[in-house]
Design a protein around this ligand. Sequence first.
Ligand code: HEM
Length: 429
Amino acid sequence: MNAFAEVGRQARGQVVRLDLGPFRPYLVTHPEHVQHVMRNNWTNYLRVGEIWDPMQRFLGTTLAAEGPDWESSRKALHPMFTARHVTSLTGELADVIAERVDLLDEFARSGRSIDATATMADIVVAVNTTFFFGEKGSLEDGERLVRAFDTAIKCSSIRTIMPSVPASVPLPGDRAFANAVKTIDEVVYPLIRKARAASEDSHDVVSALCRARGEGHDGDRKVRDDLVAALVAGTDTTTHTLAWVWPVLQAHPQVAIRLYDEVDQVVGAGPVRPSHIPELRYTKMVLQEVLRLYPSAWILPRVTGASEEIGGVPIDAGSTVFVSPYATHRLDEFWDRPLDFDPERFSPDIDTRRHRYSYFPFGGGPHQCLGQHLFYIVSLLTIATIVSRFRPRVRNPGPFTPFPGVALRPKQKIELGLVPVERSRHTAR
Ligand code: HEM
């Protein structure tokens, strides 16, 4: 990842062509150019081609595609992801998170470490299962789905690196891929049927999609594709961002002290309530800075429809163009001390006048992330719930370095010890 960021830094905002053997994508990092690709001329920068096609074999062709199918999927999902709707569910999500964090007491008592990534994944799966399926889905359904997503992503990436092999020629991983897709369908279709059969006006995503999409085979297929694509978009991204928080706090004790103080003041011994969320201002700044240095959606590939120039560099039709929050967030030209971790950059009291596209962990333009409100609420609830009860300490030595999977994640396992916080309940506000 360092080498990748270095290419971007040395280009100083110019468009460069990467030399990855036979594959020669362009890397676009200057905020003006990013804005051109993501927003101003987005219809010429398509999510098609050898990187996206294998993923569409299990994500389907609604949200993960382009054109009218993508548009209708986005329209169907949008009402479930507005700030107002997600905020209305904060109490329910807080209860789900508190239940998962209760399970950590045993580790704190016995002194055993937890695996930070696995624990964050456990919380995210529980939250997403509730948010997407309400009472219709069980935790076991959510866990089966996530395991199947992992397999499908791993196996489809084999085809991504061998794009010239036709689908009719078998490759290793094909059978596991087919089984994963079967598992996904075995979990999702019965939940769609349950949602269609239920007469109540539920506020979970599957019910809303069933209301928005037509009935019958075609309608069910669209609901299935919408659900799978949105769940995949929101699972690893949130999990790995939350996992990064702990080594980052360990490496920056002054930041950790301020965050702990804030949670102590706002939440005390807990439980975390919806009214606490807007008050967790510093904790949110820490998350924003984590997303600057470790944006889980670290690369956004596009393919040009027609030839054109970006910043004076001619780009032929059919070329792959990479836009990368990871690279742009580390440019000296747009960030002061870009490699330092400093949440103050996001202080609402500082007038930074940053270019909108110098910071874009959630993308931008018409494909901008639908899940960012959900992400902030879930992450603030998770951090505050854990910190109101424990002081997490990373026990294994770092450094913790980013690994460029489909989502950017810490390469090393993070072993977290949990020291219970002793305080009386009346400190809660
Ligand atoms: C740290 C957390 C997250 C990050 C960094 C993130 C990042 C992104 C980015 C960069 C995009 C744009 C992709 C592109 O332009 O090709 C995107 C799209 C999307 N995200 Fe997120 N996301 C996060 C969490 C979530 C969550 C929690 C959900 C929902 C559960 C979600 C749902 C979506 C959806 C549905 C899209 C597709 C929008 C479209 O294509 O029109 N994301 N996300």
